[in-house]
Design a binder for this molecule. Structure first.
Ligand code: GLP
Length: 277
């Protein structure tokens, strides 16, 4: 697992946005062979989306041959609700780039048969050729997508009851009124994420520090579902300094020769942990 640390959240976002753009360019997608990108919501990826939009506007990247699958969606609020993940994605990203609307996939939390919707979602991912890169965030309780503590690490897209911690966390988007926060969501499973050819998680802010420690330095377990990334061959976490506050393994910050930039080295004792794949 690679751990990339940047001083500030903004710099972590720049790293992630550059990484995604480079991946898409290297892939050189065509209509017959699109790049399949998994996407999250939440506060952490907003500046990544902003940067991707900036790069699109600067003519550095096209999303014409990109197919997207979002991680999750609330159940029980209308699609055009200001806090639905559908609204979020169009507001922050899709409306500002050239992705064909038919290439966008977001689970439908208003489907008449939610179980069938989840099955169809998994089938659509397979039909698209699988996800090339899944971008993820992390909840304060270490959840990935809405795979709350206790989720099976073999889970696939399904209906999930939100943990009370998540309801409290997400109340900030619902006028701080927990009664307005949906209690159910459709979410891809942990295994759905692990099936992607590559996973990149952005983890920023002191609020995520305990979760990052548990996911990165404890064993793989279903109470901190991001820890499942340890099982992935191509997983990378991009964090800011605040998110590393609780890490047990020390991080040494050194100024790169001839530059104002800092490099971060994750160490155990005197040895440097190989934080590459
Ligand atoms: C929700 C989403 C997660 C996201 C999390 C964290 O729970 N389902 O995918 O990672 O929010 O959001 P934030 O980045 O705002 O802390």
């Amino acid at each position: 697992m690679r751990l990339i640390i940047r001083e500030k959240a903004k710099e972590a976002s720049v790293y992630v946005a550059d990484y995604i753009v480079n991946r898409i360019k290297e892939f050189n997608p065509t209509p017959e062979r699109p790049f399949v990108l998994g996407l999250p919501t939440g506060g952490s990826p907003i500046s990544v989306y902003q940067l991707l939009v900036d790069k699109y506007n600067a003519g550095q990247i096209s999303f014409e041959n990109v197919v997207t699958f979002n991680m999750d969606e609330y159940v029980g609020i209308p699609r055009d609700h200001p806090q639905s993940y559908h609204t979020f994605m169009w507001r922050h990203f899709f409306s500002h780039v050239n992705i064909p609307p038919t290439n966008v996939h977001i689970p439908n939390g208003n489907a008449p048969d939610l179980a069938a919707e989840c099955e169809a979602y998994e089938a659509a991912i397979v039909a698209a050729g699988g996800i090339d890169l899944f971008l993820a965030g992390i909840g304060g309780d270490g959840h990935i997508a809405f795979n709350e503590p206790g989720s099976s690490l073999a889970s696939r897209t399904r209906v999930k009851t939100l943990a009370y911690d998540t309801v409290l966390d997400n109340a900030r988007f619902f006028d701080n009124d927990i009664t307005q926060v949906p209690r159910l969501a459709l979410t891809v499973g942990v295994q759905t994420v692990l099936d992607a050819r590559e996973v990149v998680a952005i983890v920023v802010g002191a609020r995520k520090a305990v979760a990052l420690r548990e996911c990165l330095e404890s064993s793989v377990n279903h109470m901190w579902t991001l820890s499942a990334l340890q099982l992935h061959r191509h997983a990378m976490i991009v964090a800011d300094e605040d998110a590393t506050l609780e890490l047990r393994v020390r991080t040494v910050k050194v100024r790169a020769i001839g530059s104002d930039a800092y490099m971060y080295t994750y160490t155990i004792g005197r040895g440097v942990v190989d934080n590459d794949r």
